[in-house]
Design a protein around this ligand. Structure first.
Ligand SMILES: [Zn+2]
Length: 127
């Protein structure tokens, strides 16, 4: 759990090395989980990018590109799934309206609990 927070104080060269070493593993996980959840949603997305960021777990662009932080590889599986579904649902609802949360709840019924845990234990900025 402290691992993610700990990344911030690592020397820059070490962080870059860790990113290079884990980027493809993170991409595999993201692709696999996106494919799994999108069997349910069937949304269209374009490019998937894996990035090294300090302040975001993921984001979705209006053009339909999805971005994820490689550090989701180190999160508990249910939290990583929530982040992936969150961004996936923004393809349909580009907002945080009740309609958006209803979409998330279709595959992550306990998303409220997971959000709370993300907020309390990890950096919670997701857009
Ligand atoms: Zn969002």
């Amino acid at each position: 759990m402290d691992y993610v927070k700990g990344l911030k104080i690592k020397p820059r060269a070490e962080v870059i090395k860790e990113f290079i070493e884990n980027k493809e593993k993170a991409r595999e996980l993201i692709n696999e989980r996106l494919k799994f959840f999108n069997k349910f949603y069937d949304f269209n997305f374009k490019k998937i990018s894996v990035k090294k960021q300090n302040s975001r777990w993921g984001s979705c662009s209006r053009k339909g590109n999805l971005n994820f932080n490689y550090k989701i590889l180190f999160l508990p599986k249910n939290i990583a799934d929530y982040i992936i579904v969150h961004e996936l649902c923004h393809l349909k609802e580009f907002n945080h309206s009740p309609r958006f949360w209803a979409l998330v709840a279709k595959t992550i019924p306990d998303y409220k609990k997971i959000r709370l845990s993300l907020k309390k234990e990890f950096n919670d900025k997701i857009f």
